[in-house]
Ligand binder design. Sequence first.
Ligand SMILES: *[C@@H]1O[C@H](CO)[C@@H](O)[C@H](O)[C@H]1NC(C)=O
Ligand SMILES: *[C@@H]1O[C@H](CO)[C@@H](O)[C@H](O)[C@H]1NC(C)=O
Ligand SMILES: *[C@@H]1O[C@H](CO)[C@@H](O)[C@H](O)[C@H]1NC(C)=O
Ligand SMILES: *[C@@H]1O[C@H](CO)[C@@H](O)[C@H](O)[C@H]1NC(C)=O
Length: 673
Amino acid sequence: MKTLVVFALVAAASAYSFSGFQRDEPDEVPLAQKQHDISSLLYKVYEPLHDANLKTLVDTFDPEANLSNFPDGGVAVRKLLKELKDHKLEEKQHFFSVFNDTQREQALLLTNVLLQCQDWKTGISYAAYFRQRLNEEEFIYALYAAVRHSPLSRNVVLPPIYEILPHFFTSAEVLQKAYRAKIKATPGKFVTNFTGTPNNPEYRVAYFTEDIGLSTHYFNWHLEYPFWWNDTFGPHIERKGETFFWIHHQLNNRFDAERLSNHLDLVQKLHWDETLHDGFHPHTTYKYGDRFPIRPDDIHIENVDHVAEVHDLVVLENRIRDAIDHGYIINKEGSKVDIRNEEGIDILGNIIESSLYSPNVEYYGSLNNLAHVLLGHQGDPHDKYHEAPSVLEHYETATRDPAFYQLHKYIDDLFRKHKDRLPPYNKEELEFRGVAINNINIDGPLETYIEDYEYSLVNAVDDKDEVEDLEISTYIQRLKHKDFSFNIDIINNNDGDVLSTIRIFAWPHRDSNGVIFPFNEGRWRAIELDKFFKTLKPGENHIVRKSVESSVTVPDVPSINTLHDKVEAALTAGSDLHLEQFVSAAGLPNRLLIPKGNEAGVEFKLVVAVTDGAADAAINDLETFEKFHHYGYKGVYPDKKPHGYPLDRHVPDERIFPRHSQLRGNHCQGLQP
Ligand SMILES: *[C@@H]1O[C@H](CO)[C@@H](O)[C@H](O)[C@H]1NC(C)=O
Ligand SMILES: *[C@@H]1O[C@H](CO)[C@@H](O)[C@H](O)[C@H]1NC(C)=O
Ligand SMILES: *[C@@H]1O[C@H](CO)[C@@H](O)[C@H](O)[C@H]1NC(C)=O
Ligand SMILES: *[C@@H]1O[C@H](CO)[C@@H](O)[C@H](O)[C@H]1NC(C)=O
């Protein structure tokens, strides 16, 4: 990446209000113990419990003993137990997909039970009890969701999903090697290659689509902002629909930037009536042998029996287009709800996904979720071979399939139609009185490179309790960048301190033909690099913001081995466990902050926007509040401006944005994988 032209922008805004966060629940069980328990529940989840304490706990546990302690008086527990007794639940050793309504509802029965538990011991007892009885993958999903949302497990880190479900990410061939190593009792470390070959142009960007950290981001984001979230589970999640738009919008922009640096065309959006050119062959199998379905190239999208007809999706799309053109949606009660305003994007996001927050599921359906299932079944649309769910039907793996990006480009286009209908920001809205950016600079090389990354396959191979674990792992290439920092000089001509919001974006300067993106096109392709809050003292302010601090990204989730070591050390020493920085894995991994470069260097435009932080803030102490991450904290969103502000709306005349000096060429040598 190399920055070419810099636009600096100074803006201002309107009202100001505060809303506080709830307090963390006090709890006597040390975090290290909680982390230990969750890790033990997830360890070799296809086998009986290994942990002796959990085994003892569950052996004497009566799930019906203390139901009066539940806020619902035990309704959820009784329901789950009845389904179990009636053999209505998915059996073990069978695949599970969150997009399958029956299976998801079963998983959420357990999530609901766990979310209602009032103390750690009760929660862990129910989890252990149902671990022994529920479908394994249903259990994993239910537990992950509960841990992420229960006040009792607030600071527990969820182990990386690619080490809990390694067969979702690792080819069957590598897992065979892992089994052979286990049988021969010799440790092993095996290479995992990206799927495909250089004969497939998409192979050039497989380092991105098949990045396990990208999958972790996508999976964890959906865990924190689930479409099935019902406010009876816990606090209302603010701006969920808008955030749905934004993370997919960012993934689209990121993926297009990766394509440009690899000399590929931009993603073509999906058309229901045109050929879907790119197939996908995942090379992975489910734990019990079903393979992940293959989709051949150049298919005509077909109706899928018992799921949907293509026409159904076209009808939903047209209803959404009508709503965008009218500027209002029709809610369940039949009344009009205006969407041509700042909140409209949130309503549209809820409708398109759709989530339980959708004001009218009956009418607007769930375009996104249905499309995932319909596309996922294209290899066997009439269920002739009873194929297992495809990669598109798991958040863990959806981003691996090129069709994912085509679908989301199509959906993004609907969001853009809506955003382009909103009035452009005017000069008064964009001005931040008395504040100006004097200079922007980047320290350090904007350089990307490829490294090997190792992850454990210990959960991929079954064994008996008495057999000792061997080091069995795989390694795969992944993208990384060198550290750099932004230097921003801002002058504050006001008499006192002012709080500012600083947003940093970049977009590819040229398309695949070398043609420069016009400003209004480029701004829609902007990648959000950072957003932070800073108090500006009167006079000159020199701000250094390191790439590692970016609030849109998260550090890599610690491996199960690292988590294990830290937990055991804390338990042995009786010391506190501090893993706070890893708790939310909803952001992109920091190592993916900038797109891959190439030998010639890829040109990007950079925009730094400084706006009135006091006007933007939705909470107190934004500058020092460490707990919030980019997507909020406990359902509360920290700033009041729309995602992507001030580039989210149509820009009829780019002169509204002051253009800054030419940056010295920060050359980038992205390495080829
Ligand atoms: C039920 O709750 C009581 C008090 O909260 C506790 O002493 C008892 O151990 C609990 N019983 C079970 C089976 O969990
Ligand atoms: C969803 O899961 C249920 C239970 O396993 C199964 O009967 C049904 O066929 C699945 N639906 C789809 C569309 O795959
Ligand atoms: C991975 O790629 C390397 C280099 O192209 C090749 O030698 C090896 O056989 C491949 N391994 C697998 C498991 O496909
Ligand atoms: C949310 O949960 C409540 C209580 O469990 C239930 O009555 C309600 O129907 C649920 N809402 C939706 C939209 O599923």
